[in-house]
Write a protein that binds this ligand. Structure first.
Ligand code: KG4
Ligand code: ZN
Length: 359
């Protein structure tokens, strides 16, 4: 392990945020965020109610250079002063990932610095080490627009999948709910806001796969499609209250997340008897009501809860830069400049596999 802190430029373009950041740190953290520039393309996609891949990649291409210049400028760091350049190489929208990866390769080549190809999910997974210096192992609840997983994290190359969604991701469920209820895009923050003035018991919505439900399944898998269908049926009634429907939907999501997490805690304890930290990551971790419910669960189960601040839960490049710190500090070295972007790249099929390697 090295004593000298590493200074890494991170680049993120896998969805609809164009982001660059400079982070300095040593493991296990916390690290120092010297700059964190995030340009959200929300307005460009809002008329379509979701991310349009072609619009996203063109927007990344147009503004990424300027965002990187701003990140370096705010951090007062020049390219020669960097220890490496970390970039999201997947999973995500392939056009956007390609823009970021190509730019990073050019910079790495020009500056003679190692290129670190980062799995976007690993970025989310390790954020709590950047913000709180959380030690391995920890239980991770990863809840984003594309993913919903419970994972035991034993190290940067030890991810054990306890459960994942069998249909929609939880962020996707929030986004679809918003669309059904006529709320603006992106749906998560809009549903949370509407739910604030609603009654969570107003509508009786299903909680698919609940472990303690006699019809439920064993394991820590999630399902949200039944909830979405029930909500769509509810919304056909013109007199439905949007705040009440939002609050009832959010209450069902909370019940599902807490129940699955409780089950995963048992699996995690069996793997790591001395550990008791739950980390929540991904865009949905920005939801205050979900955070409060998980805090109650952790208190009851004798777990410590760590949730990064909202701006580091949603997509950003500081988490990618930090994953670069972790990879370099672990002695992994840089990746080959010939690597390809990956639209799909599971985090927890076992051990960390570099992009371009056989899945
Ligand atoms: O991690 P993220 O920024 O992008 C992905 O990698 O997917 O997550 C975006 C997702 C979206 O589905 C968004 O609606 C959801 O996170 N989200 C929220 C909240 N803020 C963002 N969901 C619920 N409550 C929120 N406050
Ligand atoms: Zn993400």
């Amino acid at each position: 392990m090295r004593d000298k802190p590493l200074t890494i430029l991170g680049i993120e373009t896998s969805c609809d945020e164009t982001a660059a950041s400079v982070v300095r740190g040593r493991i296990p953290g916390p690290g120092e965020i010297l700059s964190n520039i995030v340009f959200s393309q929300t307005e460009a996609h809002a008329p379509y109610g979701g991310v349009v891949p072609e619009i996203a990649s063109r927007a990344h291409l147009e503004i990424l250079d300027g965002i990187i210049e701003r990140a370096l400028g705010e951090a007062k760091i020049t390219l020669p002063e960097l220890d490496g350049i970390a970039v999201t190489a997947g999973p995500g929208l392939i056009g956007g990932v390609m823009v970021g990866l190509t730019t990073a390769k050019g910079l790495a080549l020009a500056a003679g610095k190692p290129l670190i190809a980062v799995n976007h999910l690993m970025g989310h997974a390790l954020t709590a080490r950047l913000t709180h210096g959380v030690e391995f192992p920890f239980l991770l609840l990863l809840v984003s627009g594309g993913h919903c997983q419970l994972v035991g994290v034993g190290g940067t190359d030890d991810f054990r999948l306890y459960g994942s969604t069998i249909d929609d991701a939880v962020g996707e469920a929030f986004d679809k709910t918003a669309k059904i209820l006529g709320l603006p895009y992106p749906g998560g923050p809009a549903v949370e806001e509407a739910a604030r003035s609603g009654n969570p018991k107003a509508y009786d919505l299903p909680r698919p796969l609940l472990f303690r439900n006699s019809r439920g399944r064993d394991g820590a898998d999630f399902s949200f499609s039944g909830l979405k269908t029930a909500l769509r049926q509810l919304a056909q009634d013109q007199s439905v209250s949007v705040p009440d429907a939002s609050a009832s939907f959010q209450a069902a999501v909370i019940d599902i997340l807490c129940d699955r997490s409780r089950f995963a805690m048992d699996l995690f304890r069996a793997d790591f008897p001395d550990a008791n930290t739950l980390v929540v990551a991904g865009g949905v971790a920005a939801n205050q009501a979900i955070g409060a419910a998980l805090a109650r669960l952790c208190e009851a189960e004798d777990f410590i809860l760590r949730v990064p601040p909202p701006r580091l839960c949603t997509d950003n490049a500081a988490m990618i830069a930090w994953a670069g710190v972790e990879r370099l500090a672990a002695g992994a070295g840089g990746d080959d400049l010939a690597i390809s972007p990956r639209a799909r790249w599971p985090l927890a099929l076992g051990r960390h596999t570099p992009p371009g390697a056989a899945p």
